[in-house]
Design a protein around this ligand. Structure first.
Ligand code: ZN
Length: 408
């Protein structure tokens, strides 16, 4: 099918300015040509769409989601959900979440841990065209030390809740973990290097994986041509991971100067996931929680993340938009807030939009995130101008989505 989108205002994800009066030509799902409106003569089979007042944008990318999870905020209900439902049902529900992201203009996603191959199954069904949905990269199960960040304790000892994550201990098991996720179809490897800690609030993070384990994960992944992403919080663990070639630092509340310099040198991506922290402050909490060390930790990390973001912007680190949707957040409907928070952290609207488009595409290593020849025709038509206010992205009614050149 041949399509032409005639647009007066285009944000292409590359230029710092709005581009005026172009026609984007699409064939077989790819952008094949971009011409001046004045030089455009339609071919016989071409279907033409005309957008005069709307803003045309590349499909956006959320590089940190959890499609197997609903975003329910009650911890007990969160746990109940994961044992009440078969993986089949979780896959079906996860697919509807993927579509929710797409309705809000997020046409590519990276899933950061799903049990039972849920996200990999959704990805495959979409790739085989059995289902229509966003582009998805999935890691399968994250690798975590036994009892670590994703292998949480607190279940009855008789509960055999397997594959919540992939627990590994020691370099040998981490290597096996990488190989196992690769075998099951992972696009990349997710690890949990260091995590939050409210034990001693002078050091509000702790390393979970040893330096040796980090090194072996990175090395094994490299042998299999897989990139490594990690949940991080702060401290030397991140520095070690960056030195070992980790591809993206997720959360990274506390980034010291040495780590920032190394990230700039190694082109490491930073996914600050500002919203998921901020989300805690949306709720009313009782006095007891507000006096707890956990609340104090939330406040400390809230303070730290703005400083880390500022440093990362200054050092020109590649920053991408990741929401952590599925954890404390619904899918799709709040994604725009992550872009707003990047602006609050010092970016211009255009810079923040580029994080959600250009940088996200680069992080995924896919031909998405910009309106350029050869890219997938994942294109948004926004009723309004996100350079004036990101809030236009709050309502899905304002967003028309072309996925692979087809109007959804
Ligand atoms: Zn996450």
């Amino acid at each position: 099918m041949e399509i032409a989108i005639k647009a007066n205002k285009i944000i292409d994800g590359v230029s710092d300015e709005i581009i005026n009066n172009k026609v984007i030509r699409i064939k077989d799902g790819l952008i094949t040509e971009i011409v001046d409106i004045n030089n455009f003569s339609p071919s016989e089979n071409e279907k033409i769409f005309i957008y005069k007042s709307e803003t045309v944008l590349p499909g956006m990318i959320d590089v940190h989601v959890h499609l197997a999870n609903s975003g329910i905020t009650n911890n007990r209900a969160f746990r109940a959900e994961s044992v009440d439902m078969d993986y089949g049902e979780q896959s079906l529900r996860g697919y509807s979440y993927a579509c929710d992201h797409m309705k809000y203009g997020f046409t590519s996603l990276r899933d950061m841990n799903a049990p039972g191959n849920v996200a990999i199954n959704i990805r495959d069904s979409i790739n085989k065209h059995d289902l229509l949905g966003p582009n998805i990269l999935a890691c399968g199960l994250g690798l975590s030390v036994t009892g670590g960040h994703m292998d949480q304790s607190g279940w009855g000892s008789h509960v055999k809740h397997e594959s919540m994550t992939y627990p590994c201990d020691g370099p040998y098991e981490f290597r096996k973990g990488v190989r196992m996720q690769h075998k099951l179809g992972a696009d990349f490897i997710k690890t949990n290097i260091c995590v939050s800690s409210s034990y001693d609030l002078n050091t509000p993070y702790k390393q979970e994986m040893t330096d040796e384990e980090i090194e072996h994960v990175c090395n094994e992944a490299e042998m299999l041509n897989l990139k490594v992403a990690s949940h991080t919080s702060g401290g030397k663990g991140i520095t070690t991971a960056v030195k070992n070639g980790i591809h993206s630092v997720e959360h990274g509340h506390w980034l010291d100067d040495e780590t920032i310099d190394l990230m700039a040198k190694h082109n490491t991506f930073y996914v600050p996931t500002l919203l998921v922290n901020e989300r805690n402050f949306d709720f009313e909490f009782d006095e007891i929680f507000r006096k707890s060390k956990n609340w104090k930790w939330l406040e400390l990390s809230r303070e730290a993340k703005w400083i880390s973001l500022e440093k990362a912007i200054k050092a020109n680190i590649n920053i991408a938009v990741g929401t952590d949707a599925g954890f404390m957040l619904p899918h799709g409907s709040m994604n725009y807030r992550e872009i707003e928070l990047l602006i609050k952290g010092g970016m211009s609207n255009m810079q923040a939009i580029k994080c959600a488009t250009h940088n996200g595409g680069k992080l995924l290593g896919m031909n998405v995130g910009t309106i350029q020849i050869g890219q997938k025709a994942d294109i948004l038509i926004i009723n309004g101008n996100p350079l004036e206010s990101i809030e236009v992205l709050k309502h899905k009614e304002n967003i028309v989505v072309f996925k692979d050149g087809e109007l959804i």
